[in-house]
Design a protein around this ligand. Structure first.
Ligand SMILES: Nc1ncnc2c1ncn2[C@@H]1O[C@H](COP(=O)(O)OP(=O)(O)O)[C@@H](O)[C@H]1O
Ligand SMILES: [Mg+2]
Length: 592
């Protein structure tokens, strides 16, 4: 077949395949254009999942009548003043969005350049351009896209249900709204308001969090750590969610580079490395990070949808992010999530309104707590032993307060000046042991305890093989074992921090861990694997729930938690304690 030059219409439809993948991508391109035009207020309306209608109106700089005709031409842009691609500060620069959209839908644009006497409009229907003509629009630009993909039925067939496409639009608008807190943004779907976000005053760290809460959820506001760091002329600021605010996927990792929301493949890994063992396996934190750097430090011309970019110095950016996150998380120390406490209070709250007579109201947490509380009240010697000596409590000015009681041999109740703290003793101790193991490992070695009589632990052959293969690694961690026949190992030394009681269970768990990491093709980093083994060890070496603690032991645990970084959650990402403010408790009793 002879080679032919493709006609512009067809070229545009081909380009549309990349640029406008689905309704949400049209929404993205149009909002980006509004932002590039300096809009302060953007209104988005959609119908039929964006397939029937997408309308984006802005109060930006607008276009002159003659520019309007050019705007829908391919590769026509006002955003590249020179031929330099290395200093792009706008979101767009390829001049592809409007012609692509016009090629596959019915597009109309009305616009009035600021200061111009008249507004103009132009229409493109499946690639067929009309002449521009005067229009009525007080200011800014209004773009309407109807019947998206009607000109490319093949693509139309790939669209999901209206509900799914609508959800993708909501996500897209939220992502852009998050990236530009200083812009007012409203979204309506089928003529109903989905959300309306007011503009934030400048100053992300001072004013940005409330609006982020509208986008990332109210828990984020309570559990976000502000951070700011710089490295050369690269500045990072933003908010990182506490590790307990973890999610099953990376969708709530928001990275904004010079005002552009990007999907960076490096980011997920970087962030997970920074949170490290604070997160349970396979979970992701919630965060919003804003990176500003000179435009020539990034290449945004990587992908037609412009959501990916390349850093000139990816390692520098990586270490800036990791350093800032580690510092923020370390400073948060033992802080657990406030939203958990709120949830606990919520469960305790009495139903409001009349008719809440005693005996008829449903009991929430109070009822569940009845058993321990009842036995608490009985003056049996047994229970008294678990009440901390109130004569000389340590000052309640410690962040985690003074231990007052142990409940069910599982929870420590402590009081601070203005709050009640409930600690899960096993979770807390496990984290402490783990942090201590890690520290001593980093400081040159984990102290070992020689067993006078080596312990024989029977295991299946596979487990014995995995453990034997890993024995040099385990030895560095203080666990000295050797195979003992095909179905057992001999334990000669254990980390002194752990003691000998749980050795059998520990080895079984370690074998399972090791087998799993072998399944992953041994790809897991050695360090990550060591952390994991240490964490498994800590779990076995910790005070189990169900052990009675003396008052001094309880207070020692609390002081240890305060002194040790990262004790707000256990190695499985569960909280180690919650704090209920007295003020909130008083509200429950209608004292406030
Ligand atoms: N909302 C808008 N307000 C003002 N000008 C706009 C708007 N949308 C598009 N334009 C103009 O149309 C041109 C083409 O837009 P587009 O096809 O999206 O390409 P690009 O954004 O890459 O320049 C832009 O460069 C800009 O000059
Ligand atoms: Mg554009």
């Amino acid at each position: 077949m002879a080679i032919r030059q493709l006609p512009p219409d067809l070229v545009n439809r081909i380009a549309a395949g990349e640029v406008v993948e689905r309704p949400a991508s049209v929404v993205k391109e149009l909002i980006e254009n509004a932002l590039d035009a300096g809009a302060r207020r953007i209104e988005v309306a959609t119908a039929g999942g964006g397939l029937r209608l997408i309308r984006v109106a802005d109060d930006g700089a607008g276009m002159e009548g003659r520019d309007l005709a050019l705007a829908v031409e391919r590769h026509a842009t006002s955003k590249l003043a020179s031929d330099d691609l290395s200093a792009i500060m706008t979101l767009g620069f390829r001049g592809e969005a409007l012609p692509s959209i016009g090629a596959v839908a019915r597009l109309t644009i009305a616009s009035r350049a600021s200061g111009a006497a008249e507004a103009y409009e132009i229409a493109v229907d499946a690639g067929a351009k009309s002449k521009s003509k005067p229009s009525a629009l007080p200011a800014g630009t209004r773009v309407e896209v109807r019947d998206l993909f009607y000109a490319t039925p093949a693509r139309l067939k790939f669209m999901k249900s209206e509900r799914v496409e609508s959800a993708a639009i909501v996500e897209m608008v939220k992502r852009l709204a998050l990236a530009r807190p200083e812009i007012a943004l409203a979204l309506a779907s089928e003529e109903r308001t989905v959300f309306r976000l007011e503009a934030c005053p400048p100053g992300l760290l001072d004013h940005g969090l409330a609006r982020m809460g509208r986008i990332l959820g109210p828990d984020f506001v309570k559990d976000a750590l502000p951070l700011r760091a710089a490295r050369g002329n690269v500045v990072l600021e933003g908010f990182a969610g506490l590790p307990t605010l973890h999610r099953p996927n990376g969708l709530q990792l928001h990275l904004v580079v010079n005002g552009r929301p990007v999907r960076d493949k490096l980011l997920a890994g970087t962030v997970r490395a920074a949170y490290g063992d604070l997160l349970p396996q396979g979970r992701y934190p919630t965060l919003a990070l804003f990176l500003s750097l000179p435009p020539d430090e990034v290449d945004v011309n990587v992908h037609p949808a412009k959501t990916e970019l390349r850093f000139r110095d990816p390692n520098g950016v990586r270490s800036l992010i990791i350093g800032a996150l580690r510092e923020a998380l370390g400073a948060a120390g033992h802080r657990a999530t406030a939203s958990l406490a709120q949830a606990a209070l919520g469960r305790m709250a009495l139903p409001s309104g009349q008719g809440a007579r005693p005996g008829t109201r449903p009991l929430g947490l109070a009822e569940e707590a009845q058993a321990p509380l009842a036995s608490f009240a009985q003056p049996s010697g047994d229970t008294r032993a678990s009440i901390a000596d109130a004569d000389e409590p340590p000052p309640a000015s410690y962040p985690l307060g003074a231990a007052r009681a142990q409940i069910n041999d599982t929870f420590i109740i402590a009081a601070t000046g203005d709050a009640l703290v409930i600690v899960d003793q096993h979770a807390a101790h496990e984290r402490l042991v783990y942090e201590r193991l890690k520290r001593s490992f980093a400081n040159g070695g984990i102290a070992r305890q020689l067993l006078l009589i080596p312990e024989v632990v029977e295991l299946d052959a596979e487990a014995v093989a995995s453990l034997s293969a890993a024995s040099p690694e385990l030895e560095r961690l203080g666990l000295v074992i050797e195979p003992f026949g095909a179905n057992a190992v001999l334990v000669r030394e254990v980390p002194s921090l752990l003691g000998t009681s749980g050795v059998r269970g520990l080895l079984a768990d370690l074998a399972a861990e090791l087998a799993e990491s072998e399944d992953e093709g041994g790809a897991r980093l050695l360090a990550g694997r060591l952390d994991h083994v240490l964490s498994t060890m800590a779990c076995h070496g910790s005070v189990r729930a169900g052990r009675r603690l003396a008052p001094e032991e309880m207070n020692a645990l609390l002081r240890d938690m305060e002194a040790t970084p990262f004790t707000g959650q256990c190695n499985h990402g569960r909280p180690t304690y919650i704090e209920l403010k007295l003020a909130d408790i008083e509200k429950l009793f209608s004292r406030r």
